[in-house]
Write a protein that binds this ligand. Structure first.
Ligand code: 1GP
Length: 245
C-alpha cells in the first residue's frame, strides 16, 4: 500500500510573496541578485510564450547562485528542466480549448510521467480573468464570466479535484480584490495564488490581504525598485491579518 502513496508536495505551503520570472525575457545579473535577495519567499519560473528548455535551464542556473527557493510552471514537457525545488502543472479551468484544461497535461504524463518527480509536483488550477493577456489568448480562456462561475471553478478545483493551488490570473492588469477574497473564502484545502498588475505598495498590500500567495511579474522588468518594495508590503499585510481577531 505504501508505494501507492505520494506525499503531498508542500514546497509552496509557506509562500506569501513570489516573484515570477519569464525565461524569455532578459534580466541583468544585478537585477536578478536583487530579486533573489529581496526577502521574497520564492522565484516562480514560467511564461506564456517563448519558453524553451534552453532558456529555462539558463535562468535556473543563474537563480541557483542564490539561496532562494525556485519552482517551475511546466506548460510543455519539452521544457522539464531538472533541478527545481518544485514543479507546478497548470490547468486552465476556464479554457475554451479542452487541451489547456486536461489535454496537454494528459499527453505529457502519457509520454513523460515516469520521469516526473511526483513528490515535488503540484497541480495549479488557473482561472484566467484578463481576456487581453497572452495566457488568455494562448488558452482561449473565457474571461467574461460572472463571479458565481469564478467561485464555482475555484470550489470545483478545491473540493472535487483537490487541486492544492487555485490561481486567479489577471496577468497585466490589477484584478478584483473583492472577488479574490470571496474565492479564497470558498476554498477548504487549496491555497489561493493571486497574480496580475501589481505595481504599487497599495496594490501589493491589498493583494496580500485578499490572497494566500501574491505573485509579482511584469513590474520586475519595468521598475525594479517598485517590484522590490512589494515584498515588504505583502509581508506587512500578512502580519496585520495575524492581528485581526
Ligand atoms: C503572471 O500572475 C503573474 O503570470 C503576475 O502578473 O506580470 O501582471 O505581475 P503580472
Amino acid at each position: 500500500m505504501e508505494e501507492r502513496m505520494i506525499a503531498s508536495p508542500s514546497f509552496y505551503a509557506d509562500w506569501r510573496h513570489v516573484f515570477k520570472l519569464d525565461p524569455d525575457r532578459t534580466i541583468p545579473d544585478e537585477a536578478l541578485a536583487a530579486v533573489c535577495r529581496s526577502g521574497t519567499d520564492a522565484i516562480l519560473v514560467g511564461g506564456s510564450s517563448g519558453v524553451t528548455y534552453d532558456n529555462t535551464a539558463k535562468l535556473l542556473a543563474r537563480i541557483r547562485r542564490h539561496d532562494t527557493p525556485c519552482a517551475l510552471e511546466l506548460t510543455d514537457p519539452e521544457n522539464a528542466v531538472p533541478g527545481f525545488d518544485g514543479y507546478f502543472i497548470p490547468m486552465v479551468m476556464n479554457a475554451r480549448d479542452k487541451d489547456w484544461l486536461i489535454g496537454h497535461q494528459t499527453s505529457a504524463i502519457e509520454e513523460f510521467g515516469f520521469l516526473l518527480p511526483w513528490e515535488s509536483v503540484a497541480g495549479e488550477a488557473y482561472i484566467v480573468l484578463n481576456g487581453e493577456s497572452t495566457a488568455a489568448r494562448v488558452s482561449g480562456a473565457d474571461s467574461a464570466i460572472p463571479e458565481s462561475r469564478v467561485m464555482a471553478y475555484g470550489q470545483l478545483a478545491d473540493r472535487l479535484w483537490r487541486v492544492p493551488v487555485v490561481y486567479l490570473e489577471y496577468s497585466g492588469t490589477f484584478g478584483d480584490m473583492s472577488l479574490t477574497r470571496k474565492v479564497r473564502g470558498g476554498l477548504r484545502q487549496a491555497r489561493l495564488f493571486y497574480g496580475g498588475g501589481i505595481r504599487t505598495l497599495e496594490q501589493a498590500r491589498q493583494a496580500g490581504e485578499a490572497a494566500d500567495t501574491v505573485v509579482v511579474g511584469n513590474v520586475i522588468y519595468d521598475d525594479l525598485e517598485a517590484a522590490l518594495a512589494t515584498v515588504e508590503a505583502v509581508k506587512i499585510s500578512a502580519k496585520e491579518q495575524d492581528h485581526v481577531f
